[in-house]
Structure formats: C-alpha cells, structure tokens
Ligand binder design. Structure first.
Ligand code: NAP
Ligand code: MG
Length: 399
C-alpha cells in the first residue's frame, strides 16, 4: 500500500546528469511508496527556451500555491550554451527568477554521515548557512578615484526636503570608493525566513555581523532580527529554539571549535564566502542540500550542486558515471517531510525519515560514489556507479 497524500508538490525537472539521476530517484525511491499528485514543470533548457522562460515563472507560482517545491539542477545559459542549445535568448538563472518570485533566502545544509569525515573532525552535526541574497556589493556602485578630491555619500528624499550628506574621505591622491545599501523590507524577510528555517529544522539560530564597527548599517540588521525574533517569541519558545547574535569574528572563532548543529544567518557577502568554506570543509558537493525559504512559508528543496556537466558528457558517450545522488535524494525527502508536516501526514514524514536513513545506511555500509571514497573512514573495495548507488538505497528502503 502506497502512502496516500492529499497535498501536492511542485516539481521542476532540470538538465544533464542531474536530470538523468532525477528520473531514477523518482522511479525507484518515491513513486513505489508515495501516492501523490505532482505538478511537474520541465525546466530543462530546451523547454525554457520554447516557452520564453514562462515555465520557470509557472513553477515558482506553483511552489507558492502548494507551499512545497522540489527542483532538479538546471543550466544557467552562457555564450557556449547559446550555441550548444541554439537558444533564442540568454535566459537568466532559473534560481534567480525563483528566488525573486518567492522573495526567498537560501539555506545550504550539509548531510553528515558517520563514516564520511569532514575536514574539521569535530563537525558532527550540520552547520547550515543562511545567506541573505540581496544588496551589499552585489548591488553596489563603485568609483575609481583618479586623484585628489572629496568623496561623499548623499541621500535625497523623494518628497523634497534636505538631502542627507556625509563626507566619506578627502583624497589627496588616487584610490577607490564604494556605496552599498539594503532595505528594511528585504532584511525583515531575511530574518523571517531564518526564524522559519530554524523552526523547521529544530536548531538554534545564530546571526552574525559587525555592529560594533558598522553602528548604523549592520546595527539595522541586528535590530530587525531582534524585532522579528520578538514577534515570534511564542513559536520559538514552544519549540525551545534559541536565537543568538554574535560579532562575526567571534562567530568565526567559535565555528571550528563547535560541533555544528545550528543555523548561521549571514549578510550577503559573508554568506557567499562562508557557504563555500563550510561546504568544502564538510566534504563533497554531492552532500550539500539547499532550501529556499519564502517569508510566505513556501519552501523549495534542491541539491546545492549544478548539473554536473563533466559527468553528463561521459554519460552521453555511453561511459559509466559515478555521480553522487545524495543531495538530490535529500531534496525529495525534504520536500516530502515538509508536505507531511503541512498536511499532518505523519506516515509521509516518517517515510521521508526512512528514505534519508536508507541513504545514510547505504554509505555507512560502504555503498558510495567515487567522490566520497577519499573522505571515507573505511574505504570500500570499489565505488558504485550512479545507478548502482540509487539501487543500493532502494534495496535498503525495501527492507
Ligand atoms: P557542478 O555541476 O556543481 O559540478 C562541478 C564539479 O563538482 C563536477 O564536475 C564534479 O567534479 C563535482 N560535483 C558536483 N556535484 C557532484 C555530484 N553530485 N557528484 C559528484 N561530483 C559532483 O558545477 P558546474 O560544472 O560548474 O556547472 C554545471 C552546470 O550547472 C552549469 O550549466 C551551471 O549553470 C549549472 N548550475 C546549476 C545550479 C542549480 O541549478 N542550482 C547550481 C550550480 C550550477 P568532478 O568532475 O571532479 O567529478
Ligand atoms: Mg560563493
């Protein structure tokens, strides 16, 4: 008997090697166990091109409607892809489109496995990095200063009135300057999403910035976080989820000494850098999941890695590949668990737990793809192919 599911999930198909794995995951690990309607959108590059990228917007809307989405990795076109796929336009990154539509914050979470050793051995629980994906240097303005002169920052009120003007520096020779900004609305939705995510995963929330030095800009982030945490106090207390603010250098010093097990929310640049640091310190990209959380409560689950083009080229030549499907499997389990939670369907939530446990057990028992072998405490005799690994999970799930 398959598990009956009332609610739906918005599903996005993707490109290349991840698309190949996606079909195997759905066929072998999801469909045999779960009777659920999925609203499926083909975000593969040819279909994005054929629909003028409308399909990406439709997927984002369906995710908002169902509150749960699951997405396969997709190609972000560049000049080479224009030729390869004979595209009519260089479509923008689907993830950026979806993030914009959901006003979301991205949380990257490593999957920890007992016999796969992170480079920092004490990190026994995941460290989740939540990156505010708006503003700062990504939306700043910069000037190369040619020589002596005065650099100012100015704000001109829309409704008239006196501009606010500050002298940044009086240059006596060449240099550089930069202006960055953020908005209360975006900071607030970042803080809301961080609280929502910490509640969803049941882990403490940290936010780190440098408000001792940046007493207006960073301090604004800190006080908006305080306000949001205060309005959601009851929810947080009832789930025993704590919130802490740290100076970012203090957080940096604590990180390697910690055992993990918390959500660290960071401003855009900090999150960009630290998410890569944490991902590589934990091991393989194939073990890194990513969740987009909208302040509306909608969540979209995916693997953090791309379409693994290098492996797909081998697959196209008919060669055997050994691509890690764990992050894609966890995108599915994450989406199913969230669906279960929203529907009060405990059978579905515990299936999601079983799917994850079967995946982790396979690795612990020595069934793993090639990327994990160098990190394994006990090395298996051989690594498995992409399909063999999915079958190894399937056989444990059946048992
Ligand atoms: P990638 O797909 O993440 O792969 C980069 C390399 O990392 C691979 O060649 C492979 O290394 C390793 N790797 C990544 N995932 C792996 C897995 N599951 N199992 C084993 N090894 C894995 O990044 P990319 O090659 O730079 O990008 C390919 C395409 O993906 C691009 O078109 C890009 O636009 C797109 N992309 C999409 C997303 C998304 O949809 N979320 C994110 C990033 C990139 P080895 O070759 O050394 O084995
Ligand atoms: Mg980065």
């Amino acid at each position: 008997m398959r598990i009956q599911v009332k609610g739906q999930i918005a599903e996005a198909l993707g490109d290349e090697m991840t698309r190949v794995m996606w079909d195997w995951i759905v066929e072998q690990l999801v469909e045999p166990y779960v009777d659920m309607k999925r609203e499926t959108f083909d975000l593969g590059l040819p279909h994005r091109d054929a629909t003028g990228d409308q399909v990406t917007k439709d997927f984002a809307e369906a995710t908002k409607r169902h509150l749960v989405g699951v997405k396969c990795a997709t190609i972000t076109p560049n000049a080479d892809r224009m030729t390869e796929y004979k595209l009519t336009k260089m479509w923008k990154s689907p993830n950026a489109t979806i993030r914009g539509a959901l006003d979301g914050t991205i949380f990257r979470e490593p999957i920890t496995v007992a016999n796969i050793k992170p480079f920092i051995p004490g990190w026994t629980s995941p460290i989740v990095i939540g990156r505010h994906a708006y503003g700062e240097i990504y939306a700043g303005q910069e000037i190369r200063i040619p020589g002596a002169g005065t650099a100012e920052i100015v704000f001109t009120p829309a409704g008239g009135g006196e501009p606010i003007r500050k002298t940044l520096h009086t240059f006596d020779g060449p240099g550089v300057m930069m202006g960055t900004f953020n908005t209360d609305a975006s900071i607030r939705s970042f803080a809301e999403a961080s609280v929502t995510y910490a509640l969803a995963v049941g882990r403490p929330l940290w936010f780190a910035a440098k408000d001792t030095i940046s007493q207006t800009y960073h301090a604004r982030f800190r006080s908006i976080f305080d306000e949001v945490v205060a309005t959601r106090k009851t929810e947080l207390e009832s789930r025993k989820i704590t919130y802490s603010y740290f100076l970012i250098d203090d957080a940096a010093a604590r990180l390697p000494k910690s055992n993990g097990g918390f959500v660290l929310a960071l401003m855009n640049f900090d999150g960009d850098v630290w998410s890569d640091l944490v991902a590589s310190a934990f091991g393989s990209l194939g073990l890194m999941t990513s969740v987009l959380v909208s302040p509306s409560g909608a969540m979209e689950f995916e693997a953090a890695h791309g379409t693994v083009t290098a492996h797909y080229r081998k697959h196209q030549r008919g060669e055997t590949t050994s691509t890690n499907s764990v992050a894609s499997i966890f995108a599915w389990s994450g989406a199913l668990r969230q669906r279960g939670k929203l529907d009060g369907n405990t059978e579905l939530s515990s299936f999601a737990d079983r799917l994850e446990a079967s995946t982790i057990r396979a690795i612990i028992e020595g069934a793993m793809t090639a990327d994990l072998v160098p990190l394994a405490a006990t090395k298996p005799e051989r690594s498995l192919s992409t399909l063999e690994f999915i079958q190894a999970v399937a056989s444990r799930l059946q048992a």
